[in-house]
Design a protein around this ligand. Structure first.
Ligand code: NDP
Length: 586
């Protein structure tokens, strides 16, 4: 395949320029008024405020809290309390119940603790209800329900220096204490809306995909049969929801500002015979390691074989075919760039082979490098536009102009609809403490907001000087393996269980990263290549802070310089050495 990289580069920049806007990330607002409907899935039960003490409190009952909780229990720490604003475990899978929701990385590495729970995912890409059920399975198996507090939002975390413990306050009036706190709040838990003029004037029904209104749509969307529906946004959520909506709605208007790249999905049921043969002891760990190795270009065999590993596999094959002296980092970068242009070209050609209407097909083509926006995979999304009731409303990068009492003005005309669904994403680039919803006050009254005012400062993305006995579960400054967030979580949980396990076993009251170790880590990170996600040449989106420069703090949003595989190998050694270099136990 030959692609004209120079002219594509120009086209990509022109498409980016169309979409850059001065208000950047502040074009969005949080859900308020009729959108802020609380928890539509589980009724809230009244309870008295609590004032007790546990060894560990985990803030967040998604994958992070669950896997950390499980590993702590395995390490013999019995009193682990998970707190979540939702009515059950599940995190993102609790809230995101939009039709068609499913994982985009293969289930065999996306669902954590499969080996421990003995669950065989039913499909290569499991659907939302199965993933939510798996979360509940982990909660039950590891006895995490008994001490969990649901429908409870942490409002304040404060280090008590005299008692060497954290004081945790919540919106239910609790004043809890814990020796250790774990913050696993998830990267995408605050839904956002575009601040479109007229949004409050709409007389029909509206909701955000993160709070799907099944009362309105019906459990199988059957109540939409006579409705005209608009869905705003064409990101990963919309790509999964549109095929179901296209089947269900009287008329569907898909309002597009920037098309997603949508590659083949190739989902299939799990073959139990294949699974039984593959799932020998240690299988999930091996698959997780292989995924990181393939993406890093260091695996001979690709055991995952999905849309995330395909390009890396190809680049590696081209590299190993070269004479040894030509296998340099510069050659790898060159091959990666070419592979990217070719892959995007192939994805654009795929649109032509699927979408019957020529004009519609042209508008569904993504003009940017693959990791400028979240790559999507689906075998029914593009096909939906062949359905006569499904209309693509392309806005040539401009977005919705206005919401009226009767509908949506976009692409130069008003589309009268009964319902507007906002698939407009989540707040990502704001301060950690703004997204978490609580301040964290450490030693000497220093707040995490102040401590991280010029950017994140940690050891391994997890330990922060001045905040003893506190762990943050998130990928940045660690493995930073974005294509499968659970890879990071599973590894972080092993670290937390090892550190807390040692502290409890040996009777330490406190464990804290030293300032020197934190500085040395920052020094090491300063040698890391810039993140492959987003970048200034990319079309705006949350990967590149809507195209706005984040200043020096952005340089800290990187991972281990040698990549995820090397990080996992490094941290495994660090963890098992037993000395936990850089941490001070006292
Ligand atoms: P995104 O932020 O990816 O998409 C928001 C969409 O809304 C974009 O298409 C955006 O357009 C559009 N939009 C925003 N403002 C306007 C406007 N004024 N007019 C018209 N359109 C507008 O949110 P998603 O919920 O789709 O996905 C968020 C993330 O969640 C994904 O990137 C992924 O990481 C994760 N996710 C994971 C899934 C999985 O693993 N299975 C499934 C779904 C989501 P524009 O692009 O121009 O900004």
């Amino acid at each position: 395949m030959t692609v004209d990289i120079a002219s594509l580069r120009e086209k990509y920049l022109a498409e980016r320029d169309k979409r850059l806007r001065p208000d950047g990330a502040s074009q969005y607002v949080r859900l308020a008024d009729e959108f802020d409907i609380g928890d539509p899935f589980t009724p809230m039960t009244e309870r008295e405020p609590l004032t007790d003490h546990t060894t560990v409190v985990c803030v967040g009952g998604g994958f992070s809290g669950l896997v950390v909780g499980a590993r702590l229990k395995e390490a013999g720490i019995e009193d682990v309390r998970i707190i979540d604003k939702a009515g059950d475990f599940g995190g993102t899978w609790y809230w995101n119940r939009y039709p068609g929701a499913q994982c985009d990385t293969t289930s065999y590495i996306y669902l954590p603790l499969l080996e421990e729970t003995g669950h065989m995912p039913t499909e290569k890409y499991a659907h939302g209800p199965e993933i939510l059920e798996h979360c509940q399975r982990i909660g039950k198996q590891y006895d995490l329900y008994e001490q969990a507090l649901f429908h409870t939002e942490v409002t304040d975390l404060r280090w008590d220096e005299d008692q060497s413990r954290w004081i945790i306050r919540t919106n239910r009036g609790d004043r809890l204490t814990a020796q250790f706190v774990v913050m696993g709040i998830g990267p995408l838990h605050v839904p956002k809306l575009p601040a479109i003029p007229g949004i409050g004037e709409f007389r029909g029904h509206s909701f955000h995909t993160n709070r799907w209104d099944y009362d309105y749509t019906g459990a199988s969307l059957e109540k939409l049969a006579d409705k005209r529906v608009a869905i705003i946004g064409t990101g990963a959520t919309s790509v999964q929801a549109v095929p179901r909506l296209a089947q269900a709605c009287g008329e569907l208007f898909v309002i597009q500002r920037t098309p997603s790249s949508v590659d083949a999905r190739d989902n299939r049921p799990t073959d139990p015979e294949w699974f039984a043969e593959m799932a020998t002891p240690g299988w999930q760990r091996r698959l997780l390691a292989n995924f990181a190795d393939v993406l890093g270009g260091v695996a001979e065999q690709d055991m995952i074989r999905d849309g995330w590993t395909e390009m890396s596999r190809k680049i590696r094959a081209e590299m190993v075919a070269l004479p040894a002296k030509e296998r340099t980092m510069a050659t790898r970068m060159e091959l990666a760039e070419r592979a990217d242009y070719e892959k995007m070209d192939q994805i654009r050609s795929r649109v032509d082979t699927i979408v019957a209407d020529h004009d519609t097909a042209q508008h569904l083509k993504a003009w940017y490098r693959r990791l400028c926006k979240r790559p999507c995979f689906h075998d029914e999304y593009l096909q939906s536009f062949n359905n006569p009731n499904t209309h693509l409303v392309d806005t040539d990068g401009k977005g919705v102009q206005r919401i009226t009492a009767d509908g949506v003005v976009a692409g130069g005309r008003e589309h009268k609809v009964d319902c507007v669904i906002y698939a407009s994403g989540f707040e990502v680039n704001t301060d950690f403490t703004r997204r978490s919803g609580y301040e964290v006050t450490g030693r000497g009254g220093v707040t995490l907001t102040d401590h991280w005012a010029d950017g994140m400062r940690t050891l391994h993305g997890m330990h922060t000087h001045g905040f003893p006995n506190a762990f943050v579960v998130q990928p940045t400054q660690g493995a930073n393996l974005i294509a499968n967030i659970p890879s990071n979580i599973v590894d972080s949980a092993a670290t937390i269980a090892a550190v807390v396990g040692l502290a409890v076993r040996d009777g330490h009251r406190e464990v804290e990263v030293t300032a020197e170790a934190q500085d040395a880590w920052a020094e090491l990170l300063s040698t890391a290549p810039a993140s492959t996600l987003g970048g200034p040449d990319c079309t705006p989106g949350y990967y590149n802070n809507e195209g706005q420069d984040r200043g020096p703090a952005a340089q800290l949003l990187v991972g281990y310089p040698q990549g995820p595989s090397a990080f996992f190998a490094y941290i495994e050694k660090w963890r098992t050495a037993g000395t936990f270099e850089g941490l001070e136990f006292r």
